[in-house]
Design a protein. Structure first.
Length: 430
């Protein structure tokens, strides 16, 4: 085993710069724990002049990360740019081909190109580590790959996006509307200041679901079309009504095997206020894993931010420094299965349906008749009139129905002049 490892850090945004500072400050601690020394030989970012929280050594700075591998003997490269393609993919690919270990928190890259990159790492006998790509500082991937390696996992679900969880929690606590809370989240650094779309539309959580599926079910990362919805359509009104029903809205990522077929989804869910998942608030993440013989395991912690992310990145680093050469997905790539996709149309849930309607006689019966036509039965109904504006809010909680039935049924309401906007649908978590 080597005694000195040369390290490069590519990408000096919030995570990259925090990580670089940790590497510089914890050299002694790392040496005591692994018996090896680390030496940061190169760093790279787009702009050397950008204001950063910590100072950088300009003598080892490269504006083009690909130049690093030409000029230095690098043993371990951290990629913290965060793109799914472009320079992120190029530098990781080049590093693996050059027999350099790669550590990344980049869930977009792994969920899109993980199959190819894992194969490349295995071929060159180096590590591709991505613990920080899912749930920040929570060691969920290492738990699956190592601690729970002999368990047969059937399902993983949880809160995988701290931004969405903060917004939903804060709307409930502060009684403020979605856009006002989003601005607050951006000021606090919980949401991207420019474009927070990937956190809000479910994509970020969905990339993590795909990675979890591969590790949990010993499968290749799937490219199936799946159910993905974000929180952009959730209104303060929905939060308040949920509260009356003793429920809470959470964005859940779910992956499970149904009849040996892979079912992956991300969507808002109504969960019981007294449930464990219903009490994971703020920027916290929680991952619940069901397996045999372990039963149910829960991991909870901060899922975002440079601190928790760096914690996972350094955990990957220590694993490599201790000489653990591992398969990226826990088993040889050739043995990973290609799972068939479960038909989303057969997915069943009770539904929360909110209709904004003209307050006229017969409107409610129009709605219930159409629900009945698609075999959707009403479990509970709340009607709140707004006499001044001659409008009403109708909330219906249904018995379980299939995804295809709810889709077909709701599409009819588009052309009903008594219904003022397309109905809001939130699934109740089974």
């Amino acid at each position: 085993m080597k005694k000195i490892y040369n390290i490069a850090v590519v990408g000096l945004g919030q995570v990259g710069i925090y990580l670089l500072n940790e590497l510089n400050n914890k050299k002694k601690s790392i040496e005591i724990k692994t018996g090896t020394k680390i030496n940061v030989v190169a760093i790279s970012a787009k702009n050397i002049k950008k204001k950063r929280k910590f100072k950088i050594n300009k003598r080892i700075f490269y504006s083009n990360p690909l130049d690093i591998l030409k000029k230095h003997k690098v043993d371990i490269l951290f990629e913290a740019i965060g793109l799914s393609d472009g320079i992120s993919k190029k530098i990781v690919e080049k590093a693996l081909k050059s027999k350099v270990h790669v550590i990344t928190p980049n869930k977009a890259l792994i969920s899109k190109h993980g199959n190819y990159l894992a194969k490349l790492a295995e071929k060159n006998n180096v590590n591709l580590e991505f613990e920080a790509s899912v749930a920040g500082g929570i060691p969920i991937l290492r738990s699956i790959k190592e601690g729970l390696a002999t368990n047969k996992i059937s399902k993983i679900y949880g809160i995988l996006n701290g931004t969405s969880n903060y917004i939903l929690s804060e709307m409930e606590n502060s009684n403020q509307k979605f856009n006002d809370v989003l601005i607050k989240a951006q000021k606090l650094g919980y949401a991207e200041p420019g474009n927070p779309k990937l956190d809000l539309n479910g994509f970020d959580a969905f990339a993590k679901v795909r990675i979890l599926s591969a590790l949990a079910f010993n499968s290749k990362i799937s490219q199936h079309k799946c159910l993905m919805e974000g929180i952009e359509k959730i209104e303060l009104k929905d939060i308040k009504i949920a509260n009356q029903l003793d429920l809470r809205i959470k964005l859940l990522g779910i992956t499970e095997l149904k009849k040996n077929q892979l079912f992956e989804s991300v969507h808002p869910c109504l969960v019981n206020k007294k449930s464990y998942i219903g009490n994971v608030n703020g920027v916290m993440n929680a991952v619940i894993l069901e397996g045999k013989p372990v039963g149910e395991s829960i991991l909870q912690g901060e899922g975002a931010g440079p601190g928790p992310t760096s914690s996972s990145l350094l955990s990957d680093l220590l694993s490599i420094l201790r000489g653990n050469i591992k398969k990226p997905f826990g088993i040889p790539f050739a043995q990973l299965k290609a799972l068939k996709s479960y038909n989303i149309n057969n997915y069943t849930n009770s539904l929360y349906l909110r209709f904004e309607v003209r307050d006229r006689p017969g409107v409610l019966s129009q709605i219930t008749n159409r629900l009945a036509k698609y075999k959707i039965s009403v479990k509970r109904l709340i009607q709140t009139p707004d006499k001044i504006n001659k409008k009403a809010t109708i909330v219906i909680i249904t018995h379980k129905t299939s995804e295809i039935n709810s889709k077909k049924c709701l599409s009819i309401f588009k052309n009903n002049k008594n219904i003022l906007k397309f109905p809001t649908l939130i699934r109740l978590y089974n």
